[in-house]
Design a protein around this ligand. Structure first.
Ligand code: GCW
Length: 670
């Protein structure tokens, strides 16, 4: 008993009377929070001889002959992970698993959160209040949340965090800010978490008034070398940099006629002596291109083999931008001599912000489990990013754009914490199923009572597919209104063609969908290896849940179930509406297991989610109807607004906010 108490106290958790409760100074709730764990006797053992199988972060848990659980690890961090694992087993009622030896080793070496937080405390695509990092108070004032954040991350295996937005303010590299970053790095270090920063490629110009930021210029190179040396003198275990270059207005090497490799290598050379890495994003696209989905491969494939070994190309899961469903990015299967990593989005930029309950692990797993066929069957995105396909596992990494802010429950929606939790668990072990991870989270966050866990898990597991159905089914994508990316607006206009929904849905009298086929389309299919290329290219074999991603089809195209494409779209939206409606009933049925505060917080959002589902259908199908001239089937939920009304509706929020529930279009649920 004593052993566990000591171990947990070291992690900021108090033991009380045979049970443990969190020392939650900030009053913010976490899965580490309001549940109790049965205490088992436990000893922790730092191994005298290095155990290769478990490495620097892994652990073993074995029972000794006194029946005590003993955690073995090579390092303190390994012991910490082992202790959290044991705690999780206790809280989930899984202590019987200790009957067999447990060996756990993290799959990815770099398991990193990306914050899109700005120095002025706004969070780009953040829907949980302001930034957690109170830059104006640092380095002087330290908030308890900083350590709670570290504990939460450590408990799920996160070992790195990029503190600032990829649309980076150059000031983050100034001495003033580095002193602030140091404070956070010092708090996170005991929890095995390194800090990283996003850099602004034009920092030499902005911070030092150099005439250029050309990566081949010797003064620029010297500036970066000196800056990096300064950073490591302040933060000796600084992790490295994340870079968004020549994308959406960010500066980059192409501003000087140089390549992404020139830019990345300059930074990589500077951090190399200190063991740092550079995560260089592949999220690049230019307005003129006829197909945005092809551009990452077009830019990065020719550079394959030119990057230093401590550069990792960070690729979004899909080829466009975090849509509810995309095929996997073909770039995962196109590089042979370059390290690659996946970037998942934990914050729900395109999936209802923090108003909708959408459990995202199934979406990420769909990507990681996708086979690129680069080296034949089994070359999954997981295998590629773990470095297994090309036999280079040293740089395996995965990133998640966080949904964390300073709101009381950290993520805005009670259920959105499940996505933070799931990302960490997936980075530790990508083989875990969506259900296993979700059950762990629900049990640790609410109760282990099956009468609650089963229905809630079922509801959450269905939520991602429901969101696809009520927002953008069958391969539709980017049909959003406005830059806030919340509601529907297939009619919307913008300053760039590739920021307009019509670029993607191409609805017209002759049909709907983006023709990416080899004969009549943009030939994006050819960026996939066989058999996928032919599978997607052929309308007969293309999976129907992606059909409008790859094909432009007439409104009366016959689907496999005999419906016309038009009817199929209507019925798929209808399913989404019904499922979202059903979530409310499920939640009501478990009311007695939840405290009123959390019950109501989720309830009112589920109601809004169901209303938004009808809004999405109304807007999309009424807009498409102008072209199809077909009727919405009479057995579908009737439209509650006209197209004109919906076109006139303005949300009026920035890219840093989630809409207030009472500021959205009026809808009635029957
Ligand atoms: O999805 C888009 C977002 C931008 C974001 C960009 C990116 C940080 O709309 O807000 O910028 O992606 O990933 O760089």
């Amino acid at each position: 008993m004593f052993g566990l108490a000591v171990a947990l106290m070291a992690m900021g958790i108090q033991s009380c009377g045979g049970q443990t409760r969190p020392e939650n100074k900030s009053g913010h709730d976490l899965w580490l929070g309001d549940i109790t764990v049965p205490v088992v006797a436990v000893n922790k053992e730092l191994l005298k001889q290095y155990d290769k199988e478990i490495g620097d972060e892994g652990f073993r848990i074995k029972k000794n002959d006194k029946g005590e659980a003993v955690i073995y690890a090579n390092t303190q961090i390994g012991l910490m992970y082992g202790t959290y694992h044991l705690k999780r087993l206790g809280e989930c009622g899984d202590l019987s698993k200790l009957d067999k030896e447990i060996v756990e080793v993290p799959a990815y070496k770099y398991r990193i959160l990306n914050h899109w937080d700005n120095p002025n405390l706004t969070v780009e695509r953040g829907y949980a209040g302001k930034s957690l990092w109170k830059w104006e108070e640092l380095p002087g004032k330290i908030r308890p949340e900083y350590e709670e954040y570290a504990r939460a991350n450590a408990s799920i295996g996160i070992n790195g965090t990029v503190l600032n937005n990829v649309n980076a303010d150059a000031r983050m590299l100034s001495r003033e800010y580095l002193e602030k970053v140091k404070v956070l790095a010092d708090i996170f270090r005991p929890y095995g978490i390194k800090v990283y920063l996003s850099l602004n490629f034009a920092a030499p110009k902005h911070l030092a008034n150099l005439k250029t930021s050309d990566p081949l210029d010797k003064d620029v190179i010297k500036w970066w070398n000196d800056k990096v040396a300064e950073i490591y003198s302040i933060i000796p275990d600084f992790g490295g940099f994340l870079v968004k270059a020549n994308s959406e207005g960010q500066s980059g090497p192409q501003d000087y006629g140089r390549t992404h490799a020139d830019g990345a290598n300059m930074i990589a050379d500077a951090v190399k002596p200190f063991g740092g890495i550079v995560m260089w994003r592949a999220f690049v696209y230019a307005a003129e291109s006829p197909d945005r989905a092809k551009q990452a491969v077009e830019e990065f494939k020719p550079l394959d083999g030119q990057f230093r070994d401590n550069v990792i190309i960070q690729i979004k899961n899909g080829p466009v931008d975090f849509q509810p469903r995309e095929p996997f990015s073909p770039l995962f299967g196109q590089l042979e001599h370059t390290n690659i990593m996946a970037e998942m989005q934990i914050t729900q930029e395109y999936l209802g912000h923090s108003n909708h309950m959408v459990y995202l692990h199934p979406m990420w797993k769909e990507c990681l489990d996708s086979d690129t066929y680069q080296k034949g069957k089994g070359s999954t995105v997981a295998a590629e990013t773990l470095g297994k396909v090309h036999g280079n596992t040293q740089w395996s990494a995965i990133a998640g754009v966080t949904n964390i802010g300073d709101s009381v429950n950290w993520c805005g929606h009670q259920m959105a914490q499940a996505n933070w939790y799931a990302f960490g668990r997936m980075a530790w072990n990508p083989e875990l199923s969506s259900e296993e991870i979700l059950n762990e989270w629900i049990k640790q966050t609410f109760t282990t009572d099956d009468k609650f866990v089963e229905p809630v898990a079922k509801m959450m597991l269905a939520s991602r597919e429901a969101c696809v159905k009520y927002e953008m089914p069958m391969g539709l994508h980017h049909t959003f209104k406005g830059p806030d990316h919340y509601g529907p607006g297939p009619w919307d206009r913008s300053s760039r063609p590739d920021w307009e929904p019509a670029y993607y849905h191409k609805a017209a009298a002759d049909g709907v969908g983006f023709d990416r086929t080899s004969k009549t389309g943009t030939d994006a299919v050819s960026q996939y290896h066989e058999p996928l290329k032919s599978l997607y290219d052929n309308v007969e074999t293309c999976p129907e849940n992606l059909i409008l991603w790859f094909h432009h089809l007439p409104w009366d195209y016959k689907m496999k179930d005999g419906h016309t494409l038009w009817d199929e779209l209507c019925y798929t939206y209808e399913e989404g509406i019904k499922e979202a409606r059903g979530f409310i009933d499920t939640w009501k049925s478990v009311e007695k297991y939840v405290d009123p505060y959390r019950f109501n917080q989720v309830y009112e959002r589920l109601v809004r989610q169901a209303k938004d589902a009808i809004w999405w259908r109304d807007a999309t199908m009424l807009y498409f109807q102008q072209y199809s001239k077909m009727e919405i089937p009479s057995d579908c939920t009737p439209a509650q607004h006209t197209l004109d009304e919906l076109r006139r509706f303005r949300l009026g929020i920035s890219n840093y906010e989630t809409p207030a529930l009472d500021k959205l279009p009026e809808y009635t649920l029957e």
